[in-house]
Design a protein around this ligand. Structure first.
Ligand SMILES: CCCCCCCCCCCCC/C=C/[C@@H](O)[C@H](COP(=O)(O)O)NC(=O)CCCCCCCCCCCCCCC
Length: 214
């Protein structure tokens, strides 16, 4: 675990998200998944108490990766092409999960909601006081975002896991980007890209009324 922590750098994760938006303002699926995979590696370094979260994220990443490795891989190149393809071919359960329980659209939506939390969490870390508690930043941003989509039992387990998070400065140093100040600067550079990815996806899902997919 320690070795994994040493090789992890937040830089590679953030670089992946900066590569997500194409010139046509489309969201590329491969760098998006690469970004999430990096985040999962980081989460695994924080302790086994987070395993239930990383397992769920991995399951969702793999569902979409399988589409990217299938005969229909080109349809899943961008979020825009995925939405167009799945909707045109009736591959999305719109009211309740039945024939297509793991559509790309509903799976991606779960990661998209988590990206909203990530965006707020990283902003909270960036602007927080030196001695502020990561656990507080994490639970406040979780309550304001993802928690609204989770049942009580998940919210409870997440709340327990957040308690073990180290202080803000230790957390920033774990990112392996340099000093806490350097990590803060890196967050400032990268956050606009994450916000842009989130915004484009949110608009696309809203336009197609997909924000509440079961
Ligand atoms: C730094 C501490 C990390 C705290 C992570 C906060 C997010 C908490 C998410 C709790 C999810 C619990 C697991 C189960 C979730 C599912 O029920 C639920 C719904 O799925 P379903 O409709 O298929 O049932 N799934 C989801 O909402 C997707 C959750 C994906 C979470 C990925 C979180 C990865 C976090 C990576 C953190 C990295 C920290 C970054 C700092 C540089």
């Amino acid at each position: 675990m320690a070795e994994e922590a040493e090789t992890f750098s937040l830089r590679e994760v953030l670089v992946a998200f900066t590569a997500c938006v194409s010139e046509q303002r489309e969201v590329r699926v491969d760098p998006y998944l690469a970004g999430w995979k990096g985040l999962v590696r980081f989460l695994n370094c924080l302790g086994t108490i987070f395993s239930f979260i990383s397992k769920d994220a991995v399951t969702k990443i793999e569902i979409i990766e399988n589409y990217r490795n299938s005969d229909q891989r080109d349809k899943y190149l961008t979020v825009q092409s995925m939405v167009e393809y799945e909707l045109a071919n009736g591959l999305v359960d719109l009211q309740k999960r039945s024939e297509h329980p793991n559509s790309g659209c509903r799976t991606f939506l779960r990661l998209h909601r988590a990206l909203h939390w990530l965006q707020m969490f990283l902003e909270g870390l960036r602007t927080g006081e030196d001695n502020s508690k990561t656990s507080v930043i994490c639970s406040e941003t979780y309550d304001a975002s993802l928690a609204n989509h989770h049942p009580w039992i998940i919210r409870k387990a997440a709340g327990v896991a957040f308690c073990v998070l180290p202080t803000r400065n230790t957390f920033l140093e774990t990112m392996n980007v340099g000093t806490a100040e350097e990590a803060v600067a890196m967050l400032g550079d990268a956050l606009p890209y994450i916000c842009e990815v989130y915004k484009i996806t949110e608009e696309l899902y809203a336009q197609h009324k997909l924000l509440d997919l079961p």
